[in-house]
Design a binder for this molecule. Structure first.
Ligand code: 2P0
Length: 327
């Protein structure tokens, strides 16, 4: 009744931004991501009859409060998949995060993917990757893409029960060596969580519908770029899609933005690098930090340029990563 799994985080090139069902975590649009090797969570789940409640340790520390509640609610979901005649069996969950929170990656992506994989394996529940992705989605939306390595697309689905909303693989880890630099800024924690931010945007921003309407074309163009290994096309679409997502927040009521002055300095520097002939593109999630896409031959110039920007405290480089592994 014990299993260990590892999942890597992912960076969205076409963003998930907006839910059509908050309880089931169903999105308003498809999204597409690259899984990264540098950032991952390793989770061991052990179901034991002697336990009287679930236990959750993150980086060896016992966790209570909201984070604990999200984990136990997800364990309930896993337990509900297994017929069980002897009442609830509780679990001890131990997660080690190799996702520096300061880097601005959602550790919930690798966290819920690893929890879903280890939890189902520990109970002996056999699942296809699509089934595992669909389950993982209900812990955190972006996590459903971390079941797969390389490029993955989360298909939003149409059904009200979410049965057709899960990620599918687009290209594997070793398909194309695109690199991602996580640019860490000397900035305070975000004021609006991604969950609250997307909810406010859906409910109040007049730009939201245009965002949704623009997704199919972005998806088609980025998939063509991936199929042709056309870095400029992939980068151009990813950068523009990120800017559109952030534009929706300015139309919300009350308006908000995830950007700091250093965020804009990094964006400006990347556009200058391009003017100087270095193909590099940025993308930004629901926080101030910036991720930069580049090719291996430009690693040195990209890293050195980013490190010289005032307010940048660290630059962490990553290659494409693998999907779920069991340890
Ligand atoms: C993404 N983000 O596609 C987008 C881009 C933030 C900006 O997925 O509510 O933590 O758990 O489904 O997955 C962050 O939101 O939200 C996110 P929930 P999640 O990566």
């Amino acid at each position: 009744m014990k299993a260990t799994a590892r999942a890597h985080t992912n960076i969205a090139l076409i963003k998930y931004w907006g839910k059509r069902d908050e309880a089931l975590i169903l999105p308003t649009n498809n999204s597409l991501s690259l899984t990264l090797d540098g950032f991952y969570t390793t989770t061991t789940v052990e179901f034991r009859e002697a336990l009287t409640k679930d236990l959750f340790f993150l980086n060896e520390e016992p966790i209570t409060g909201d984070q604990y509640e999200r984990v136990t609610a997800f364990l309930d979901l896993i337990r509900s998949l297994k017929e069980n005649t002897y009442g609830t069996i509780y679990a001890e969950v131990r997660s080690i995060n190799k996702v520096p929170t300061a880097a601005g990656f959602a550790s919930s992506a690798s966290g819920f993917a690893a929890l879903a994989a280890a939890g189902t394996r520990a109970l002996g529940i056999d699942m296809s990757d699509a089934e595992l992705s669909r389950l993982t989605r209900q812990g955190s939306g972006s996590a459903c893409r971390s079941i797969f390595g390389g490029f993955a697309e989360w298909e939003k689905g149409e059904r009200a029960d979410g049965s057709d909303s899960y990620a599918v693989p687009i290209q594997p880890q070793d398909y194309w060596d695109i690199r991602v630099a996580a640019v860490v800024l000397n900035a305070t924690m975000k004021k609006v969580s991604s969950r609250a931010g997307m909810k406010r945007t859906v409910e109040t921003s007049p730009f939201f519908q245009s965002w949704v309407d623009s997704i199919p074309q972005d998806l088609e163009q980025i998939k063509t770029g991936i199929a042709n290994r056309d870095f400029n096309q992939v980068g151009r679409i990813a950068e523009a899609n990120c800017l559109k997502m952030h534009a929706t927040t300015l139309g919300a009521s009350p308006p908000f933005s995830y950007w700091h002055d250093t965020t804009m300095a990094v964006m400006d520097t990347i556009q200058q690098l391009r003017d100087n002939g270095v193909p590099a593109y940025f993308t930004i999630d629901a926080g101030p930090n910036v991720k930069v896409l580049y090719l291996p031959e430009h690693e040195k110039v990209v890293k050195e340029t980013l490190q010289t920007i005032p307010g940048v405290t660290d630059v962490i480089l990553s290659k494409p990563g693998r999907g779920i592994t069991y340890i």
